[in-house]
Design a binder for this molecule. Structure first.
Ligand code: 6PG
Length: 246
């Protein structure tokens, strides 16, 4: 544990999915018994799929009171919710359609029928209404990183990193990872979370992970470095392939 968070290295992707599911369950149980509900923001990308699939199956599936789980997304591709690129669609297929979570507890980012700017504003309003507090604080935010150091849809050089907008959710255009238009939580919202969990696997992430965790702090170039929860816990859950340069 240091100021960049706790690091847990596991042997492989399958172990990582089990460990992440176990931690998801523990945080959900703790939040529900403390205050009656659990709020989580999911990540996109391919890495979390195995974790979502684990959560949809025993033993994890039966260890969560899904009626008190509230699911948001930390970023989303600006495509229809049934598009193959949609992070909502991935989570629905891997997890949400397999568990007894009420539809009203699922909060996809709006991606059709208006402008991305209106969607970002609407999602921020949804978050504000849900938390009914000056500073919304998710119980858990899941994140990944890209080989360029991005996290959520905050890519290197994004204006948001150098001149923060003050908004909770922003529009991202011309993203280097397709699709180009996206919506993303900003760092202040991420850093207000009670728990942030990065899921990172694969050798193609190894060099970036070394830079993010061991290199000089340059969050405008390596946005994942900007994730530093003010009063929350930060855990990097990493497989051995991704950790091999640490
Ligand atoms: C997305 C994500 C993005 C992702 C990382 C890691 O829309 O793809 O929000 O931040 O988490 O790029 O993606 P992989 O898990 O596919 O490597």
């Amino acid at each position: 544990m240091n100021e960049r968070g706790e690091l847990l290295i596991v042997p492989d992707q399958a172990t990582l999915a089990d460990e992440a599911a176990r931690r998801f369950v523990a945080l959900a149980q703790a939040a529900i018994s403390a205050k009656g509900r659990f709020s989580v923001a999911l990540s996109g990308g391919s890495t979390p799929r195995a974790t979502y699939e684990r959560l949809a199956q025993p033993p994890y599936h039966d260890q969560i009171d899904w009626s008190n789980v509230h699911v948001f997304w930390g970023d989303e591709r600006y495509v229809p919710l049934d598009d193959p690129e949609s992070s909502f669609r991935m989570a629905r297929e891997a997890l949400l359609r397999h568990v007894p979570i009420p539809a009203a507890n699922i909060y996809p980012m709006p991606t059709v029928g208006g402008t991305p700017e209106a969607a970002a504003g609407a999602y921020a309003a949804t978050i504000t209404a849900f938390f009914d507090a000056e500073q919304p604080r998710f119980d858990l935010i899941l994140l990944g990183i890209g080989p360029d150091g991005h996290t959520a849809s905050l890519f290197p050089g994004a204006p948001e990193l150098t001149t923060p907008s003050g908004d909770m959710v922003v529009v991202v255009r011309d993203a280097p990872k397709p699709p180009p238009t996206r919506l993303s939580f900003t760092l202040p919202l991420i850093n207000a979370a009670a728990n942030v969990l990065f899921l990172i696997t694969g050798a193609d992430k190894a060099a970036t992970l070394r830079e993010v965790l061991r290199g000089p702090l340059e969050p405008a170039r390596l946005p994942a470095q900007g994730v530093q929860p003010a009063q929350g816990k930060l855990l990097w859950l990493v497989d051995m392939a991704a950790a091999r340069e640490l």
